[in-house]
Design a protein around this ligand. Structure first.
Ligand code: ZN
Length: 219
């Protein structure tokens, strides 16, 4: 597996970024954490893994999610963290193929995985903004989807993120898809925690289906 290209995601953000392998827990709140699997992860460590945290590298998100798993009873050595810009929200053939291949290879090395937690987030995801041509999704989105959120009386950013979240299942091996929990984390910077919104949408759209072209009316 070769996930080196995700190391470039450090350029998407302003602030301190740490890059390490997936057995290293995320940095403390306030520091971005890129965590990537590689072929050198020791098998005696991988057999201990019970849960995969697949999250955005965001400094307000990935550490609280890791801490929540600890609170749920998982030990640090039972959690494999996979984090990059966007986390489960991925766009681009190179990114998608790289992560898909990595998960496929990991599957055979992680015989004791019980659960995959795939978490997107609100509070403006830098990865998602990048995929939208540098515009927050709430501004890049087509008016019809904006109108749907208003009509339903739901938070626009949560609603839009939820519409595209389920696409990430296709990046996971079949046997993992049924073990996958899809969530959206809303950062609370005061308490340095996250509020979790479970995936609810029945419909799934690709990002390009819900956003306008880059020369949008909002530009
Ligand atoms: Zn993000």
């Amino acid at each position: 597996m070769n996930l080196k290209l995700f190391e470039n995601d450090q350029q998407l953000v302003h602030g301190e970024v740490t890059i390490a392998d997936s057995l290293m827990p995320p940095a403390a709140w306030g520091t971005y954490s890129i965590r990537l699997p590689n072929d050198s992860l020791p098998q005696d460590k991988l057999v201990q893994i019970k849960v995969i945290l697949w999250s955005c590298m965001d400094r307000r998100i990935v550490r609280p999610l890791f801490d929540n798993l600890i609170k749920d009873g998982y030990a640090e050595n039972e959690i494999l963290t996979v984090s990059m810009g966007g986390g489960p929200l991925q766009v681009g053939e190179d990114r998608i193929q790289a992560i898909k291949t990595a998960f496929m290879e990991l599957q055979t090395k992680l015989p004791n995985v019980q659960k995959i937690v795939a978490v997107a987030h609100t509070g403006i995801c830098g990865g998602l903004k990048h995929f939208c041509g540098g515009i927050p999704i709430t501004e890049a989105v087509k008016v019809e989807f904006k109108a749907q959120a208003v009509e339903k009386g739901v938070n626009l950013e949560v609603y839009l993120t939820d519409l595209i979240l389920e696409n990430c299942l296709s990046l996971l091996p079949n046997s993992w898809q049924i073990k996958t929990h899809l969530n959206i984390a809303e950062p609370d910077e005061t308490s340095k925690t996250v509020r979790i919104h479970p995936h609810e949408s029945r419909a799934t759209y690709t990002l390009s289906e819900i956003v306008d072209g880059h020369e949008s009316q909002y530009a």
